[in-house]
Design a protein around this ligand. Structure first.
Ligand code: GLU
Length: 507
């Protein structure tokens, strides 16, 4: 690698939510930048005004803040290479388009939408059902290649609507070395003459991405595999405008697949693919979408899981902190084949991270989930103790709420039916004695409670197994939760006795 300071970019179009693939692109950019003590830039590619979704840019920034992958430079972080929104850079692109025309690499095209439609109808054949504007066709259209210089000037002077197109060379091979795929080659004849500058004066993505990567001194460009077919256009633009020596190194990241192949929209809905809920309705379902955050994923687990979707360090290690990823990540260990996303595996990562993180850190993240259920927690120490007690059995933060809310509020329901059929006078008397014993107790800890409980059972000739489940249901409402005397210890004397009494009343 050259000695230039590493500068990488994530270049999202603010057209919707940020999904798994997008965040993984962010992550790989971020890890690579931090590893090389470089800069991570976020550039908003908002030149397609028709697809612009208000709020989408803020949503992207919020996602990056939540995942902890904040850019060094962006429209909101500032930086020396701004503006970082392409719509605010509009005037810069014209000069480059003009240079390309002057050098014979691009041309003005004056074709109206009707003329383009007619072209597609006229040149349609069985083997070519959707003809492109390319080297075969451009000689038959209304553009600065077919019109005289005077005609072109007249049209321009009259303000005739036009676009600027790249003149793709015929039968040339364009190749470059992809950091993941190695040498990749394209035949330029199969690529159409892409529009570079639109009629409204806005550049298209193709021109803007090359100009901005140059002006922002980008050294490495990592993006999704779906951009590979556009790469020959970009390589040629680099060659025509700035010389290939200055071109960033490219890496086209593999697709993320569902367990049965390509990720479908349905999978998206099922797995909550956006990072978190979008505050706009999904145009397809007209519903608010839920994302990983709302599902109860930890950012630590989320990025760990994402890093491993397409990369590993060559060992069996699966759990990595962000810092470890920064140290170990390398583009040459990214697979070129698609990476399979498995929701159950994602939950496994989250489970491991719930176990790993200190309770105090989890407490901060889980509090809003409790609040969403109307449970406001004032006692942070109690929350931490509860988390430590139940976290082994939790995969999602929402599980912590399910497993832990009865420590803060009475259970909503008590599974009386699980107790009733086997209930009898002896058990009634037994629990009355337990209450008396617990009321008299001076120390309140799990060992002592268990000891006393079992002694009373023995004295009443009751097998502890017959009264443990009822006790659990009295305290938590159902057949779940950690060791029942740990629960009682943490609930405290008054609340434990109150719940036993309350339940006896229900029977
Ligand atoms: N604006 C493109 C996108 O939305 C960026 C592709 C690239 O990184 O070159 O994915």
């Amino acid at each position: 690698m050259s000695s230039k300071k590493v500068r990488v970019r994530f270049a999202p179009s603010p057209t919707g939510g940020l999904h798994l693939g997008g965040v993984r692109t962010v992550l790989y950019n971020y890890l690579f930048a931090k590893q090389h003590k470089g800069d991570f830039i976020l550039r908003t590619e908002d030149t397609d005004q028709g697809r612009y979704v208000p709020g989408a840019e803020k949503y992207i920034f919020d996602c990056l803040r939540w995942t902890g992958l904040e850019p060094d430079e962006s429209a909101i972080h500032g930086g020396e290479y701004g503006p970082y929104r392409q719509s605010e850079r509009k005037s810069m692109y014209k000069t480059y388009a003009a240079q390309l025309i002057k050098d014979g690499y691009a041309y003005y095209a004056f074709d109206t939408p009707e003329e383009l439609e007619k072209m597609r109808a006229d040149f349609k054949t069985e083997s070519n059902p959707s003809p492109q504007y390319d080297h075969n066709i451009r000689g038959k259209m209304r553009n600065s290649l077919t019109l005289s210089a005077e005609e072109v000037q007249q049209l321009l002077d009259a303000g005739t609507r036009h676009v600027v197109r790249i003149k793709m060379p015929q039968h040339e091979t364009v190749s470059f070395t992809d950091m993941i795929r190695g040498e990749v080659s394209f035949d330029t004849s199969v690529v159409d003459d892409k529009v570079l500058l639109k009629a409204d004066g806005m550049p298209t993505y193709h021109l803007a991405v090359v100009v901005d990567d140059y002006l922002m001194k980008i050294t490495h460009a990592f993006r999704g595999e779906e951009w590979l077919p556009s790469a020959p256009v970009h390589v040629l633009l680099w060659k025509y405008l700035f010389g290939l020596d200055n071109m960033p190194e490219w890496a086209h990241l593999p697709l993320i697949l569902g367990t049965n192949g390509k990720l479908s929209k349905r999978d998206g809905a099922k797995y909550g693919f956006p990072v978190f809920a979008m505050n706009w309705l999904d145009p397809k379902t007209n519903e608010l979408t839920e994302g990983f955050k709302e599902k109860g994923f930890l950012p630590e687990a989320f990025i760990n899981m994402l890093a491993l979707l397409g990369w590993n360090d060559g060992t069996a290690q699966e759990l990595f902190t962000k810092q470890e990823l920064v140290e170990k990540f390398s583009m040459d260990r990214v697979h070129s084949g698609g990476a399979k996303f498995d929701y159950e595996k994602a939950k496994w990562f989250n489970h491991e991270w719930i176990k790993r993180l200190p309770a105090a850190a989890l407490a901060q993240q889980v509090k809003p989930f409790f609040e969403a259920k109307g449970i406001n927690i004032a006692d942070e120490k109690l929350l931490s103790a509860v988390i430590d007690l139940v976290k082994e059995r939790c995969h999602l933060l929402t599980d912590l709420v399910e497993q832990g809310s009865f420590f803060f509020v009475m259970p909503e329901k008590f599974d009386v039916d699980a107790v009733k059929p086997k209930w009898n006078e002896a058990k009634q008397l037994f629990f009355a004695e337990v209450i008396r014993n617990f009321e008299l107790g001076t120390t309140w800890n799990a060992t002592e409670l268990e000891h006393n409980f079992k002694e009373i059972a023995a004295a009443n000739q009751i097998k502890p197994g017959e009264v443990l489940l009822p006790l659990r249901i009295m305290l938590v409402g159902g057949k779940f939760g950690p060791h029942v005397f740990d629960i009682a210890a943490l609930l405290g004397k008054d609340e434990t006795i109150r719940r036993i009494k309350y339940f006896l009343g229900l029977l």
